[in-house]
Design a binder for this molecule. Structure first.
Ligand code: ATP
Ligand code: MG
Length: 502
């Protein structure tokens, strides 16, 4: 039975195109490869103490326990893993019994969250992918909740490079499916027959894109081949799951590359409905490029990004276009913006399940824009807004995308970083003039200039050019500013990242 199952998965179909070496283990005798971690360059220090401890306790309890998935893959590539998952032959109840702080979660398939301080190690019991699993009419597996052997556990994972097991105590890597060879060849290869695996779980197509972009790996031709044809299956994925995977993609540190790749594979249609419309508008593309590049900079610098901020940027062009249209029809700025926000959010809600708290953040970020555009005396009150920092960062993205004058961004940056006297001076220098609506598109600044920040000579703006006068901010003052404003919603880098005082 198991042999038949393995044959089906690995034989993969006759339709699978030839995959480059190494060949997956034959059904008759899967060749399990074993390596010493040190020999492959894994450094034990890279494994989090919490993951180490989880494995240690489980092994002392008489169970098998390995770090698996991204934790092993990234360590082998010399990257800092994002998080660590542990796989074990202990049942969830057995796992829970061994730890003081452990919680069983999940309805369909139970896993255990083992907690150490602020770190949580997701611990799952080896499970198998059933041949006779319940599926929907497209082949999507609705239930895969059967425990299995370690080998079966490897087979039900997505890519060979994600199916490596590392025992941090014995310093041993177990490789059932040629994942080490694929890692060395920098190749992303689906386990089993790719088309079948995508049908079982269409989200895997997004994962193909994400890992290829994040790791800069070549996608094995057979793994890539079915994606275009099967792209529409994504529509059957529950929207909450889609949201989670999309967030992972956007927070991968390679969001821009991922989005480009999604388009190249035809996956963005239907997959990310909100991108569908936006990317097809020239202005929208520019803004999203700037926003995603900025997000990637933040992630790579180890900073947090907020989902609310991210989705606010992704949907902004739609909101902005509708806002402008309503104003052109005679509506006042603020009510026009509110209506535009409502209509865009209503429309999107049915497609992608953005959680309510993120929606609230998005509204606040967008809602701050007219006030920030206006500047003037209202700036003082805007500073007190709970989401000021996010709104301000958002404004800077709009400036960078050429939607608003550079001088406005500089004015705000100096205002934010300035002491009371500087702020007074800036308020005098810039009467509160209203400016709504996108400015003409501007020449893109080089990325050096983007990072270098306040590079303008102050002559390029058309709204309050005098706002570009300089304010010298001592470093300690600037640091206190960062503390003064809530930073949980910072989506676009602190002003000092982009516009450091000279
Ligand atoms: P990341 O660095 O983004 O966390 P990861 O590989 O650890 O990458 P996770 O989503 O955390 O990704 O999943 C952990 C592991 O679970 C994967 O490495 C893979 O082995 C398995 N896995 C996750 N999602 C799927 C899926 N849709 N199909 C099959 N296996 C999956
Ligand atoms: Mg992971």
């Amino acid at each position: 039975m198991i042999v038949k199952f393995i044959k089906r998965l690995l034989g993969g179909g006759d339709s699978a195109q030839a995959t480059p070496a190494p060949k997956p283990p034959a059904a008759s005798g899967p060749k399990l490869l074993s390596y010493r971690g040190a020999e492959l360059g894994i450094k034990r220090e890279q494994i989090s103490p919490a993951a180490m401890k989880t494995c240690e306790v489980l092994q002392r309890g008489g169970y098998k326990a390995f770090v698996v998935g991204g934790g092993v893959r990234d360590s082998l590539l010399g990257l800092q893993p994002k998080d660590f998952d542990v796989a074990t032959d202990a049942t969830p109840e057995e796992v829970q019994a061994l730890f003081r702080r452990a919680r069983i979660i999940g309805r369909r398939f139970k896993i255990v969250h083992v907690m150490f301080g602020r770190e949580t190690i997701e611990t799952s019991t080896f499970r198998a992918l059933q041949t006779d699993a319940e599926t929907d009419e497209h082949g999507r597996v609705l239930r895969d909740n059967v425990f299995g052997s370690q080998h079966e556990d490897a087979l039900r994972r997505d890519f060979t490079i994600n199916a490596l097991y590392y025992d941090p105590i014995g310093d041993q890597v177990l490789d059932y499916l040629g994942g080490v060879a694929d890692l060395k060849a920098r190749r992303l290869r689906m386990i089993g027959d790719p088309a079948t695996r995508y049908r079982e779980d269409p989200v895997r197509m997004l994962r193909t894109v994400r890992f290829a972009a994040k790791l800069d790996f070549t996608v094995d031709p057979a793994t890539l081949a079915p994606v275009r044809e099967l792209a529409s299956l994504i529509e059957n994925v529950p929207s909450a799951r889609l949201f989670d995977e999309m967030l992972k993609l956007l927070e991968s540190g390679h969001a821009l590359a991922c989005v480009r790749r999604l388009r190249a594979e035809g996956l963005h249609h239907g997959v990310l409905p909100l991108l569908d419309v936006i990317l097809e508008q020239p202005r929208g593309e520019r803004f999203i490029e700037v926003a995603l590049a900025n997000t990637d900079d933040r992630v790579r610098a180890g900073k947090s990004v907020s989902p609310g901020f991210l989705f606010a940027t992704l949907l902004w062009q739609l909101v902005s276009d509708r806002w402008q249209a309503l104003m052109a029809g005679g509506e006042h700025s603020i009510p026009a913006l509110m209506q535009a926000m409502d209509s865009v959010l209503d429309e999107q809600a049915s497609k992608l399940a953005i959680q309510r708290r993120h929606i609230a953040d998005m509204r606040e970020i967008w809602g701050l824009q007219p006030r920030l555009e206006k500047g003037g005396r209202g700036a003082i009150r805007a500073l007190e807004h709970l989401r000021f920092r996010a709104g301000f960062d958002f404004l800077l993205l709009r400036v960078e995308a050429g939607e608003l004058p550079e001088a406005l961004g500089q004015w705000w940056t100096q205002f934010v970083e300035g002491d009371a006297a500087t702020r007074e001076q800036l308020l005098d220098a810039r009467p509160g003039e209203a400016r709504t609506g996108p400015a003409r598109r501007r020449r893109r600044r080089s990325s050096g200039a983007r990072r270098g920040g306040a590079d303008s000579d102050g002559s390029s703006g058309d709204a309050g050019g005098d706002g570009a006068q300089e304010a010298h901010i001592p470093a300690d003052r600037a640091a206190s500013i960062d503390r003064d404003w809530p930073s949980d919603l910072q989506g676009g880098g602190s002003p000092r990242d982009r516009n450091p005082p000279r």
